[in-house]
Design a binder for this molecule. Structure first.
Ligand code: BGC
Ligand code: BGC
Length: 628
């Protein structure tokens, strides 16, 4: 009798132990240190669950079922990939929460992390504030301003339920023929380094004395950042996208690496690998630089992500031997792979490489630990689902004002008056009749450039909300000033009109990545004709909208004033603020402005340096005094 009671008692005790043990899982306890949580969770995971964490898929192939069935660790929006045209913040949140609920319904409830290219604001999203592209921010020389833009971008990204931004791009563009040159803050590594203030802007400031290399995200109003593209993306031969960067170790360290040291010191959570090669070796397969230098020497503790189909492009043609690509990429040290479509092919390939002991389980554990470390550090386990509390941040007035300020600060005045004692700028607001010309004067798509709503950007004024430069001029001049807009005035128009002065706004059409590679860097037609015709007839200021220096030398003599406005984004009012003297010009060239393309590459410090406008150049004006 007593024995039976004892047995029941012990069985009960055992059951209680097991139950409480099952209830208390260290990894779920936010009071446990991240290190302990990571280990506890990793120890519970099967190989399928581990490999799933390493997979990032595109939203168009994601669903709650897919998340659950394959234990997918991450989802992204590719350029222009949205839940619906003009989707609201709520639509975004609903989509992402649905995927997340799939992830949370798995055995271990590991949340997925959703990423997007918030590279100049939350730029895929309708109504988001579009900030100037990085080249314009480089011209401001103001890291504090860039940090504020990071904070605003984080809020607008979180507004749509997204906790992860593939930014900042810390490329050091050494040749403007490169189609991604506008994603680079400068040709000067020190400026790029200074602009890594974008990292604490996006993620929040790391606590004092925190050890170097540990990923950090302050909370729900911040996002995990991504320094990209590691390393040497801006140094390829002739500026050809995804090409080969030929440079010695010292050159790589002193030009292309500094941005990474600083981003890591500021707690950047992730780093994206470059499509490009270094001295003939694909970065996606470069074990020395990814595992050796980045992880071991620099002690980066966040996760390394591949670029879009980046491992596919290890072989030429891409995807020629995917199993080899998986092996080379994972062995190099890539932790998360932006697959992004054929995830079963990746999962099957990686699983058999591990089962056949070609890839050691230790490599998988390293990858998963890093991914989980970021997810724990950013509080994703505590707050996996987004709510609507930040939706009003999207395109808020406050952020638009910040973007407008950034536009003002980014403008570089290259010429002011045919002689220095006779400046044209600032323009008088009061005039009888002025002309605005050029195909970029009234085109929001053009002034935003690539990576805006669409991957390649677009044309026209319906893509999103914003102010074109023409609209800004109209609302800035005196009500008595007659503003005439003629996109490309012909000879007849020119003969039969008189204007006090003309504002010509021309430039490049939007592009992204390889589509932007240009060997001639000419302003496309009819831009040059508009400049020649208008500046031949009236006093003129030319405002160039472009992602980089373009061929301008042949036209400079005909102009009275010249402004580089880069790709200013949605807040065109910032241009009028400065041109009409409410604020002064202060921007400095973040890049060398060449005379002819046969000088390229030509960067500050080069022996053959003979620029049209040198690096750092920029005339200034004083704001117009208001006389009462
Ligand atoms: C871009 C993606 C984009 C895709 C379109 C990729 O190279 O990075 O963001 O959606 O191409 O095919
Ligand atoms: C680009 C990356 C981008 C990714 C996702 C790639 O084509 O090179 O910069 O983050 O697509 O859109």
């Amino acid at each position: 009798m007593a024995g039976t009671r004892m047995t029941i008692y012990f069985m009960g005790l055992l059951l209680w132990c097991c139950l409480t043990k099952a209830e208390y899982m260290k990894y779920k306890d936010p009071k446990q240190p991240v290190r302990v949580r990571v280990k506890d969770l990793l120890d519970r995971m099967t190989l399928d669950e581990k490999i799933g964490q390493m997979v990032q898929i595109e939203r168009s192939v994601a669903s709650a079922e897919v998340m659950k069935k394959y234990f997918i660790g991450s989802v992204l929006s590719g350029g222009g990939s949205v839940p619906a045209p003009q989707a609201s913040a709520e639509d975004w949140i609903n989509m992402i929460n649905e995927f997340q609920n799939g992830s949370l319904s798995t055995r271990l409830h590991i949340p997925m992390i959703y990423g997007i290219d918030s590279v100049h604001g939350n730029n895929n999203v309708y109504k988001a504030t579009i900030f100037p592209h990085n080249i314009g921010l480089g011209a401001t020389r103001d890291p504090e301003l860039v940090k504020k833009i990071g904070t605003a971008t984080a809020l607008e990204t979180r507004a749509t339920g997204i906790p992860y931004a593939f930014a900042p791009c810390v490329a050091v563009c050494r040749d403007p023929r490169w189609g991604r040159c506008y994603e680079s803050y400068s040709e000067d590594p020190q400026i790029v380094q200074a602009m890594t203030e974008m990292v604490p802007g996006l993620q929040g400031d790391i606590p004092a004395n925190s050890p170097k290399g540990i990923p950090f995200v302050a909370g729900n109003k911040n996002v995990a950042a991504c320094a990209k593209h590691y390393v040497g993306d801006g140094g390829t031969t002739d500026g050809i996208n995804e090409n080969n960067t030929v440079i010695n170790w010292h050159g790589l360290l002193s030009i292309h690496m500094p941005g990474y040291y600083t981003a890591i010191a500021k707690g950047v959570s992730t780093i994206m690998v470059s499509y490009s090669s270094w001295n003939g070796v694909k970065m996606h397969a470069n074990r020395n630089l990814v595992t050796g230098f980045l992880k071991s020497t620099l002690r980066f503790r966040g996760f390394v992500i591949s670029d879009w189909q980046g491992i596919d492009r290890i072989t030429s043609p891409p995807h020629a031997n995917y199993t080899y690509s998986i092996q080379a990429g994972i062995q190099a040290g890539i932790d998360m792979v932006m697959v992004p479509y054929n995830y079963t092919e990746f999962i099957d390939g990686l699983t058999s490489l591990v089962k056949n002991k070609i890839i050691p389980i230790g490599r998988i554990d390293d990858a998963v630990k890093r991914i989980l470390r970021v997810k724990f550090a950013m509080g994703l386990f505590e707050y996996p689902l987004a709510d609507y509390s930040l939706v009003d941040q999207l395109g808020s007035q406050k952020h638009r004002e910040l973007a407008r300020e950034a536009v003002r600060r980014s403008l570089v005045l290259l010429k002011n008056g045919k002689s220095a004692d006779n400046p044209l700028l600032p323009l008088p607001k009061k005039a009888s009749k002025i002309l605005v010309a050029g195909n970029h004067a009234d085109n929001l798509g053009y002034q935003c450039g690539g990576w805006t709503i669409e991957w390649q950007g677009s044309s026209g004024n319906n893509l999103t909300l914003g102010t074109t430069i023409l609209e800004a001029i109209n609302s800035t001049v005196d009500s008595s000033t007659n503003v005439v807009y003629s996109e490309n005035p012909d000879a007849e128009f020119i003969k039969s009109n008189y204007f006090d002065y003309a504002i010509v706004i021309v430039g490049e059409y939007p592009y992204a990545e390889t589509n932007g590679d240009s060997m001639n860097l000419t302003i496309p037609d009819p831009g040059p004709t508009t400049i020649t015709n208008v500046c031949g007839a009236w006093k003129c200021i030319v405002i160039v909208i472009s992602g980089r220096p373009v061929v301008i030398e042949p036209y400079v003599d005909s102009m009275d004033a010249l402004v580089a406005a880069w790709l200013p984004g949605t807040e065109g009012q910032g241009v009028a603020d400065v041109v009409f003297g409410d604020y002064g010009f202060s921007g400095k060239l973040p890049r060398t402005w060449f005379k002819t393309v046969d000088q390229l590459p030509m960067n500050v410090g080069d022996p053959h340096y003979d620029p049209l406008f040198p690096f750092g150049f920029g005339l200034t004006t004083d704001p117009t005094k208001i006389t009462l």
